[in-house]
Design a protein around this ligand. Structure first.
Ligand SMILES: Cc1cc2nc3c(=O)[nH]c(=O)nc-3n(C[C@H](O)[C@H](O)[C@H](O)COP(=O)(O)O)c2cc1C
Length: 419
């Protein structure tokens, strides 16, 4: 970090007490650090301490007549090679997301051309709040790096995601080579992800079909998130009423057999498969050539099983990382884990569906299971959830790849001995 000019913005979170240590760590790495405090931050940490550790006068007030005689806020905005805000409160995230500039820190964030990174820190319920998550998404989409937060014990006595990363970890993240930072921003760069979405329609005559309430919103949100994470996305979709995400060409299919064929014709070189479609389990054995007429009081339709797309992919010899969805109305955990094992999946994303839940809603709440772990995701917008799920899938995929490489290495000597 030799002579890197870091403008450290400190906001009013309890983790501000760790910032003198952060300044010292940055300076040990050779950075030049200029501190800017918000009014609330001054309740948690003193200007005197930060001035002493940074070796520079601390700025805390936009209306500082002396500093602003030469437009000090613009000078600071131009001076910075990086603007780092740690801790970042829910409040500063909202101000940055809305583009408002009522104080020195937010004003110079608008005026700077330097990259901005923030290390959020707040109570875990605050962090999960949809407003905060939407702001996080907006900031990420604008290229602001979000460092953390970590999961763990919190000042309020509770446990969960929302702890500020430790000073050492923040320094490591901001010092990481560009390639590593890009990998963090685009964890699926160079990978191909196939996603199925929406319902399928199984015709019973030329005008009627059997289907389900899936809207495709979750699958489309996943396609968008995977694309933003750098992946090439193949989206195979049943009939839905929403447009394909920007930059993604969807392959449109009608029924389960067509979806099965589209999946298997394009599966070569797919690294990750996410089966988010609500594929009909059955199709009509005979599709009437003409519209079925009302006649008897009762009628029955003979149904036959559709191919199971998810398990057919999971059983391929050279199979991609395979994640499926389980939409259940009861016993979520048991059904989901049963499906994970029975279908030989790498991951299952389970959600309760029913009236106003899951299908056709803008929000979702899911439990994710894999062989040796699980994670709950609180109710949030599907677009926000999709991003978290894609990050988790990318992490599990990379861990699987790393484990495979390790196994190959340890197997090698045995092969050599046999030879
Ligand atoms: C004791 C105390 C601790 C707080 N800790 C946090 C925190 O960790 N994270 C957070 O987002 N807000 C926290 N707040 C609330 C913020 O200080 C408040 O939203 C403030 O307006 C933030 O302003 P700023 O972002 O300009 O610094 C805390 C408030 C108090 C009184």
């Amino acid at each position: 970090m030799n002579n890197q000019k870091i403008l450290l913005g400190i906001t009013g979170g309890i983790a501000a007490y760790k910032t003198p240590e952060l300044v010292r760590r940055l300076k040990e790495r050779g950075a030049d650090v200029q501190v800017v405090l918000t009014r609330s931050a001054r309740e948690f940490v003193t200007e005197t301490t930060l001035q002493a550790v940074s070796g520079r006068p601390v700025r805390a007030n936009l209306w500082d007549k002396e500093a602003e005689a030469a437009m000090g806020h613009i000078e600071l905005a131009r001076w910075a090679d990086l603007v780092l805000i740690a801790p970042a409160t829910a409040e500063i995230m909202a101000r940055l997301a809305s583009g408002s500039a009522p104080d020195l820190l937010t004003t110079l964030c608008l005026a700077t051309e330097a990259p901005i990174a923030i290390a959020p820190a707040m109570n875990h319920v605050m962090w999960s709040n949809p407003a905060v998550q939407e702001n996080r998404e907006k900031l990420t989409n604008r290229g602001i790096r979000i460092l953390g937060p970590a999961v763990g014990d919190q000042a309020c006595g509770e446990t969960g995601p929302g702890r500020m990363l430790e000073p050492d970890d923040i320094v490591k993240a901001v010092c990481a080579p560009v390639a590593v930072q890009n990998a963090e921003q685009a964890p699926l760069a160079g990978k191909t992800v196939m996603i199925t979405a929406g319902p399928t329609r199984e015709a019973i005559d030329p005008v009627r079909f059997i289907s389900n309430r899936s809207s495709g919103k979750m699958g489309y949100a996943l396609a968008d998130a995977a694309s933003k994470a750098g992946a090439k996305v193949i989206l195979i979709t049943g009939p839905v009423g929403i447009p394909a995400p920007d930059g993604i060409d969807a392959l449109n299919v009608e029924n389960a057999k067509e979806m099965y064929a589209a999946v298997h014709s394009n599966i070569d070189n797919v690294d990750i498969f996410i089966g988010a479609a609500a594929v009909a389990d059955y199709h009509a054995v005979n599709i009437n050539a003409e519209k079925i007429k009302k006649s008897d009081d009762k009628m029955s339709i003979e149904l036959a099983r559709n191919p199971d797309i998810l398990s057919s992919v999971a059983r391929l010899q050279d199979r991609p990382f395979t994640a499926g969805f389980a939409a259940e109305t009861e016993n979520l955990r048991d059904y989901a884990i049963g499906k994970l094992e029975a279908k030989n999946l790498d991951m299952i994303i389970a959600n309760l569906v029913g009236r106003n839940r899951g299908f056709d809603s803008d929000d979702n709440t899911v439990e994710v299971f894999w062989r040796d772990g699980e994670q709950s995701f609180p109710t949030t917008k599907k677009s926000v959830l999709a991003k978290d799920l894609v990050a988790l899938i990318a992490r599990r995929y990379r861990e699987g790849q790393a484990a495979e490489t390790e196994n190959t290495k340890t197997e090698l000597p045995a092969i050599m001995v046999r030879d």
